[in-house]
Ligand binder design. Structure first.
Ligand code: KIV
Ligand code: ZN
Length: 515
């Protein structure tokens, strides 16, 4: 990959998911989780992994040191550790990354007057002395030293030039100019970064200039792009844009822009972006909002009729990128605003032929149905054809009882079908799993694939209501099970029973079990 890159256009991708991302509220990662993510980042092709802040805790020190051993191979990325401009921090960073083949110490100190006066209660000269001594100290351990002017966005530009010049003269080869509180507008970011780079160069000094922007006003991607236009050659970013407060510049957004708008060249293998985002979401159990660019659930989904029609005629009408190049999928979803052409295509895809006379009525019925629901599924498409009001309740959950037998979970599940009750005892990994296994057996639906499972409580008190939404597929058909119940386990089991009923309704349409 690297040899194909034009060095003039090269943008170094520095991933800080494991450091700035990890330090954000609710995102703390354990050592094994960090290692799994670091392996994936290496597969993704990022140039630098900022693995953590070793002086912040023994746990983080151990994580950085393990990542250095396992992922810091000669072919792997640079492993970087963060440290304040304090000797003891730098020593810890140095020993934590010592087994990495390519290693970097990233040391920082704030340069804005707000931080110098309120946080340090010191002078600008004191900050320059600390910066010089920190960079020199880091250079005792490694050749690759990055220096950051924390809160560059609110720092005086001429003073920043003095600090940066001192850091370069002391041995820093990468100079990071962070907009720590996401203060700059895109045009200010361009002007300020350009001014610092040009003025430092006028002094006969140079380095790789980097940016690290936060998203407090939702401008991190825009300010980063403007900094690249101004001459920055390293971008610090995180997967899914996680990070302190409103997060950092999102790696997938920056890489997609660099690639699609030809703003430069980078090593990232974009086809692994989707799986990297999903891995991080699964590990942290925090998913990007549906409308998040590139990796959100809706980033490439088309529901409105006009858009669906455009997509059927030519993908580029509503997609500026090819989602498969980013490891994500393009989908047409259906709702009251969906179009006739897309519905016709969908029925064709499902191998259901409908004549023109019937089709108009089916579209009207489907839209009426979709108007009354948040989300429709394939069973609703059949309801519209059959002109029926609702999916029959083939199966109903009567009761479930969780018991512990020899340390294993067993659920006793009782279902009612056509007035007859049947009961089963089933083992599993917990109450929900054992009960769902029971439902699968009783309904003879063991082959259903559970592709999404979302259980949450509505309300904050102990009387909160459990709500479960699931997705179930079989042979290309997809249905959504839903239930609300004051007992969260019961709501999970009921949502599966709902999905079973929906799938059976489709099967019956095709003459029992022919799916
Ligand atoms: O936001 C920031 O300024 C940082 C520095 C440590 C680079 O995270
Ligand atoms: Zn930061």
């Amino acid at each position: 990959m690297t040899d194909k890159i034009n060095p003039q256009k090269r943008i170094t991708i520095f991933d800080t998911t494991l450091r700035d991302g990890d330090q954000a509220s609710g995102f703390h990662l354990f050592r094994e989780e960090k290692i799994e993510i670091a392996k994936q980042l290496s597969k993704l092709g990022v140039d630098v992994i900022e693995a953590g802040f070793p002086a912040s805790s023994q746990g983080d020190y151990d994580s950085v040191s393990e990542i250095s051993k396992i992922i810091g191979t000669p072919e792997g990325p640079v492993i970087c550790a963060l440290s304040r401009a304090i000797d003891s921090d730098i020593e810890k960073a140095a020993t934590a990354i010592s087994s990495a083949y390519k290693k970097r110490i990233h040391t920082f100190i704030a340069t804005s007057d707000i931080h110098i006066e309120d946080k340090f209660k010191k002078s600008r000269d004191w900050v320059i002395e600390q910066a010089i001594s920190a960079v020199k100290k880091a250079r005792e351990y490694v050749e690759d030293v990055e220096f950051s002017c924390e809160d560059f966005g609110r720092s005086d530009s001429d003073y920043t030039v003095d600090v940066v010049s001192a850091a370069i003269l002391s041995g820093a080869s990468t100079i990071n100019l962070p907009d720590t509180v996401g203060w700059l507008t895109p045009s200010e970011s361009y002007e300020k970064v350009k001014y610092v780079i040009e003025t430092v160069r006028k002094r006969g000094l140079d380095a790789i200039f980097s940016v690290h922007n936060h998203n407090d006003f939702g401008m991190a991607t825009a300010t980063t792009i403007e900094a690249i236009r101004a001459g920055a050659r390293q971008v610090e970013a995180t997967i899914n844009g996680i990070g302190e407060r409103a997060g950092n510049t999102s790696l997938e957004e920056i890489v997609a822009i660099i690639k699609t708008r030809k703003l430069g060249e980078c090593n990232v293998r974009t086809e692994h972006i989707g799986e990297t985002s999903r891995l991080l979401s699964r590990i942290t159990d925090i998913y990007p909002q549906p409308n998040k660019a590139i990796v959100g659930k809706n980033a490439f989904s088309h529901e409105a009729g006009i858009h669906q029609d455009g997509m059927i005629k030519g993908r580029e009408t509503y997609e500026t990128m090819n989602p498969s190049e980013f490891g994500v999928e393009s989908v047409l979803t259906f709702g009251p605003r969906s179009g006739r052409n897309a519905l016709r295509e969908k029925y064709k895809q499902l191998k259901i032929s409908i004549n023109d006379n019937e089709f108009d009525e089916i579209v009207e019925r489907f839209k009426g149905l979709a108007d009354r629901k948040k989300e429709v599924d394939d069973s609703d498409l059949i309801l519209a054809i059959k002109n029926e009001k609702q999916i029959p309740v083939y199966y109903k959950l009567v009761s479930y009882n969780p018991v512990h037998v020899n340390g294993n979970f067993v659920s006793i599940v009782e279902l009612e079908s056509l007035g007859k009750r049947e009961r089963i005892y089933e083992e599993g990994d917990g109450q929900i799993d054992s009960a769902i296994r029971g439902v699968r057996k009783l309904t003879r639906k063991e082959e259903l694939q559970l592709t999404d499972f979302n259980s949450r409580s509505i309300g904050r008190g102990s009387d909160a209501i459990g709500e479960t939404r699931i997705n179930v597929t079989k042979n290309g058909w997809e249905v959504k099970g839903y239930s609300q119940n004051s007992d969260v386990v019961r709501s999970a089991i009921e949502s599966f029973v709902d999905a079973v009923n929906r799938m059976k309704y489709i099967e019956d349409y095709f003459n029992k079990g022919s799916l």
